[in-house]
Design a protein around this ligand. Structure first.
Ligand code: GLU
Length: 424
């Protein structure tokens, strides 16, 4: 009976199309809860806002902003805000839905939400960036809040931007509401371990997957796409465990070195000049060559839709760790499975970030802050428990880790949905 949504037009490989096909695959494992599955195929609420600012040269510029609350059955909405010139409503919808699955997969008491602004922050001055952030926050202020929807960093957003968001929201409501966003600076209610949490989670799930595959991390060759907060931290942790980072790609290009790139030099250079700034440490190759590099582990840690059918055919990796959200299109997922490549899906692999966001939110409310060891130990435990449960589900039904993650997560979400009942 339900009508298709009129405001998006997904294709098979677009973010929302990818998400819908992932949900369709889990339906056979939901039993009677399948009755409620349509609730996952549409966002609860989607807000589009105009973000006008006065630029440094005196002109007025308008940007399009979004905040989508996909599902709140299990708790307040949770999810990052992305600043990128290609952001669309459809993309933010998919990213919000993946947050719903992710928070349920690791059993955090949250729903899923996401936000974005269609803007290239690299083209803005610091003052313009602050204006865009504050006006956007004020516009979405009618639906966010410490108990309703809690934004966080994502692509091209950071602790400074979270500080501006927290301040703007607080000014509008009166008082200081630290719990309205996570990923804040440390002295503003931020949490130790948050910056590295997503990369650390990729490492924790990757280490366990490698162990189960019988793959020794010492000497394992790793290719990393995206060298921001997720990719660079994961690369460092794998290198510490003895792996070799043989290829890295970011927006500036691709660098390879089959003996392993020297991360102590690459990481600082990449922050200012991108990875191609480290010419001295490897060979710069055409971007498409990245996908054919001889490696054992592939870590897509950039944007959606990167692992296409053709790239899935080409990769020599035995293990894919999805640091990014939605990096693998459905047809590529099938090709990887046929080729015996194990994929640890985004909705568990990169859940370390939102897990430590949850720790930050809990610490803000209790005004009691934990030390970094405690955070990392708890993060490790939550990720390992979740992964083990997902692995058992995958073994039981002989399904992929992705479908198993959706099975575990959707059962929690739809059980909550059923127990709450329909209103009115
Ligand atoms: N943006 C991150 C993600 O995609 C973190 C979200 C959060 O901490 O709420 O999972």
């Amino acid at each position: 009976m339900s009508e298709k949504l009129s405001f998006v037009n997904p294709t098979a490989n677009s973010p929302w199309g990818t998400y819908l096909s992932q949900v369709d695959r889990v339906v056979p494992y939901l039993g009677p809860l399948a009755r409620w599955v349509e609730t996952l195929k549409r966002p609860k609420r989607a807000l589009i806002v105009d973000v006008p600012i006065e630029m440094d040269d005196g002109t007025i510029a308008h940007f399009e902003g979004y905040r989508v609350q996909h599902n709140m059955s299990r708790g307040p909405g949770k999810g990052g805000v992305r600043f990128h010139p290609d952001v669309t409503l459809e993309e933010v919808m998919a990213l919000s839905a993946w947050m719903t699955i992710k928070t349920a997969a690791v059993n955090l008491p949250y729903g899923g939400a996401k936000g974005g602004i269609r803007v290239d922050p690299k083209k803005l001055s610091l003052q313009e960036l602050e204006k865009v952030t504050r006006r956007y926050t004020s516009e979405i202020g009618i639906i966010i809040g410490p108990h309703t929807d809690i934004p966080a960093p994502d692509v091209n957003t950071n602790a400074q931007i979270m500080a501006w968001m927290m301040d703007t929201y607080s000014m509008n409501v009166g008082g200081t509401a630290t719990g309205v966003v996570t990923g804040k600076p440390l002295h503003l209610g931020g949490s130790l371990g948050r910056v590295k949490a997503t990369g650390r989670g990729v490492f924790v799930t990757g280490r366990e997957a490698a162990r189960r595959l019988g793959m020794d991390l010492r000497g394992a060759r790793i290719a990393v796409q995206g060298f921001g907060n997720v990719g660079s931290v994961a690369a460092e942790l794998f290198a510490e465990a003895g792996a070799k980072i043989v290829a890295v790609q970011d927006h500036t290009g691709t660098i390879v070195n089959s003996n392993g790139l020297d991360l102590a030099k690459l990481v600082p250079i990449s922050r200012t000049d991108g990875v191609v700034g480290f010419k001295a440490g490897g060979d710069i190759v055409p971007n498409e060559d990245f996908w054919g590099v001889a490696c054992d582990i592939l870590i897509p840690a950039a944007l959606e839709g990167q692992i296409t059918a053709e790239r899935a055919q080409r990769t020599t990796a035995k293990l894919v760790l999805e640091g990014a959200n939605g990096p693998t299109v459905p047809v590529a997922d099938d090709i990887l499975a046929e080729r015996g490549v194990l994929v640890v899906p985004d909705v568990i692999c990169n859940a370390g970030g939102v897990t430590v966001s949850y720790f930050e939110w809990v610490q803000d409310f209790s005004s009691f802050f934990w030390d970094e060891d405690e955070i990392n130990v708890r993060l490790d435990r939550i990720m390992m428990n979740a992964l083990n449960q997902i692995w058992d589900t995958a073994d039981k039904h002989k399904i992929s880790l992705r479908t198993a993650t959706y099975a575990v997560a959707c059962e929690r979400i739809l059980m909550a949905r059923q127990e709450r009942g329909l209103y009115p």
